[in-house]
Design a protein around this ligand. Structure first.
Ligand code: SAM
Ligand code: SF4
Length: 403
């Protein structure tokens, strides 16, 4: 979400006449887009703020603005803590003070073959560990027609893939008149000529509907990829996290998705070291990951976030133990992903070419797997068939099929 917003804010500044610079030291205007979902991210922002504070001291004419989840509602406190910052604005807002008059979210000026399209802001869930609803507010969906128009315009600008974003995309439209839903939005987008692929994230295990699963199965442009964070394999921990589903429900949901979409690529998120997570509860998570065999697991060590319900609980799993649990899951997942990806060896995949790195073209399969291959032709934005010649847990390598 931050990446999408940074892209659009950059385009907005360009439309106002600014040009990107290679370093902050050369800039007239510095905008920091912050993430505070974990302490490590917040510390990175605070370090960056320190660095720009020094810049501002040497060049007081520099304008400095901060957005993203560091910005809460207490602007007075923010101004006190960071007196050298000229402007604060909330995540997902657009800085009206830059230009008087109506401000609509701009489209990316230089959209890539695959482009993020935020379809909603905020979250109503209040999982006990999560700061997002406090910093991004309640769910607000963009009108369906607005999203469809935007994707049509992006396609006109040569975008081939739209990645629809929301903290809980399954709740899309619940707050709009006539209550359109994500399934309906996918159907509308699927009929846009020139659009090749549609992805969406992140789903919530409590809210993912059978109708949505059906659409993913049937609509030809919707990639067979589902991002469904489980967070823990222990019902007690799920309850303490206020996730609103049980392990049994989650298991059944995965079974339904897999029976309807057999080649689906599944990814999940896991938090280790939640307050009082016992060795046994952690092992339940490990067992669930062994059983369900995800393509990708994003694992994070629990980080207390001030103001959240879990922050009232004692953060009683020592840092070294959180780290140990985290690397146990990383190692387990490396083995699982090695086996899953190895099955693609020798096979043919369809890749949307998104760029070139170290002399090799790269892109993703419909299941979201990263593929590298060589070719002398300019293939940017093309859908090509690639024969897989080498696999690793993180990416694939192949030969483009010219026949
Ligand atoms: N909405 C999605 C969901 O339901 O899981 C994910 C959004 S959340 C901002 C992204 C990921 O950050 C979560 O899946 C979770 O694993 C991680 N996360 C959020 N708060 C965290 C915390 N306090 N400590 C560690 N990880 C956290
Ligand atoms: Fe945070 Fe996701 Fe829970 Fe919303 S659903 S509170 S964004 S973890």
């Amino acid at each position: 979400m931050n990446k999408a917003e940074s892209e659009r804010l950059g385009s907005y500044l360009e439309q106002l006449g600014y040009q990107p610079t290679a370093s902050a030291g050369e800039a007239d205007f510095v905008l920091l887009n912050s993430c505070v979902v974990r302490q490590s991210a917040e510390s990175r922002v605070l370090n960056k703020l320190d660095a720009v504070k020094a810049l501002k001291k040497s060049r007081p004419e520099l304008t400095l603005a901060v957005t993203g989840c560091l910005v809460d509602s207490d602007f007075d406190q923010l101004r006190k803590s960071f007196p050298y910052v000229d402007h604060f604005f909330k995540a997902g807002d657009y800085p009206g003070w830059l230009e008087k008059g109506g401000v609509t979210p701009p489209l990316p000026l230089h959209p890539l073959p695959s482009t993020f399209v935020p379809i909603m802001q905020g979250c109503n869930n209040f999982c006990s560990y999560c700061i997002v609803p406090y910093r991004r507010g309640r769910e607000r969906s963009r009108p369906l027609e607005e999203v469809v128009c935007e994707v049509k315009e992006l396609v006109r600008r040569r975008v081939r893939e739209a990645v629809l974003l929301g903290q809980n995309v399954d709740a899309y439209g619940h707050d709009l008149p006539h209550r359109p839903d994500l399934a309906q939005l996918l159907s509308e987008l699927n009929s846009i000529d020139g659009l090749a692929r549609i992805r969406f994230l992140t789903s919530h295990p409590r809210d993912m509907s059978p109708c949505l699963i059906e659409k993913v199965a049937c609509l030809d442009k919707v990639c067979h990829e589902v991002s469904l964070p489980v967070q823990s394999g222990s019902n007690d921990i799920l309850k303490a996290m206020r996730r609103g589903y049980s392990v049994e429900h989650y298991r059944q949901l995965i079974a339904k998705i897999r029976s309807r979409i057999p080649d689906v690529a599944l990814s999940t998120d896991v938090i280790v070291g939640f307050p009082s997570e016992s060795a046994d509860q952690f092992q339940q998570t490990v067992s669930l990951l062994c059983e369900l065999r995800f393509d990708i697991v994003h694992v994070a060590a629990y980080s207390p976030r001030p103001g959240t319900a879990a922050c009232e609980l004692e953060d009683n799993i020592p840092a070294f133990e959180k780290k140990r649990r985290l690397s146990e899951i990383e190692q387990l997942q490396e083995g699982i992903a090695t086996q899953i990806n190895r099955r693609l060896l020798g096979g043919m995949v369809e890749v949307l070419v998104e760029g070139k790195k170290d002399g090799k073209w790269w892109g993703r399969t419909r299941g979201g797997k990263l593929v590298f291959f060589s070719s002398g032709s300019n293939l940017l934005g093309r859908l090509v068939k690639v024969k897989i010649t080498k696999t690793s847990p993180w990416s694939l390598q192949g030969r483009v099929n010219t026949s």
